[in-house]
Structures are given as structure tokens and as C-alpha cells.
Design a protein. Structure first.
Length: 100
């Protein structure tokens, strides 16, 4: 976890707890399983060009059973919305974290 996030969690514990509650409520609000939710979050991270989110959700997707090919497709699907440069950058970032 990045040091900045650790500091935020310490300095703003109530805000962090509220964020976690909202995030968890959204995760549980429908029928998507953990792997699918993480793949969606990968696509969102690509579209918003959130590198830290991308790394976090690639890691969580792997823990939820996503294969590298599924992760790469989730990134590729963002091409039409996020543009080719964002997708290329995301592919490079994901590749660093998907090495065996």
C-alpha cells in the first residue's frame, strides 16, 4: 500500500472507514462476483488513468482468480472510451505486475 494512503488512513480514520463502508456496500449491491467486479474496476481505472487504482485492482483481480488474459481484455475494452495512449500505458503497468 502506498505510503500516502497509509498516512491518509491514519490522519483521517473516520473518512477512510466511511469510504470502506461505501465501497463494500457497492461491491455487495448486486450479483457480480469478486473477479468480475475487479475486472470492471480495472476498466474504470484505465478510463480514468488512475495508475494506483489499476495496480490495486490487477492485484485484487488475481487474488479473485482472474487470469492475465482476462485482465488484459478488461484493459483492452477501455480503448474506445479511454483512448489508445491510456490503454498502452495500462498494458505496460499491468505487465509489470503480471510477471510470473
Amino acid at each position: 500500500m502506498p505510503a500516502t494512503l497509509d498516512i491518509f488512513k491514519k490522519d483521517h480514520a473516520k473518512a477512510w472507514a466511511a469510504y470502506e463502508q461505501l465501497r463494500n456496500a457497492c461491491d455487495q449491491a448486486g450479483p457480480l462476483d469478486a473477479k468480475t467486479r475487479e475486472l470492471v474496476k480495472i476498466g474504470i481505472s484505465v478510463a480514468l488513468e488512475h495508475g494506483g487504482g489499476l495496480v490495486a485492482h490487477v492485484s485484487q483481480a488475481r487474488k479473485a482468480g482472474a487470469q492475465p488474459a482476462e485482465i488484459y481484455q478488461a484493459i483492452l475494452l477501455a480503448t474506445g472510451l479511454a483512448g489508445f495512449p491510456a490503454v498502452l500505458a495500462a498494458m505496460a503497468t499491468a505487465k509489470k505486475y503480471l510477471k510470473p
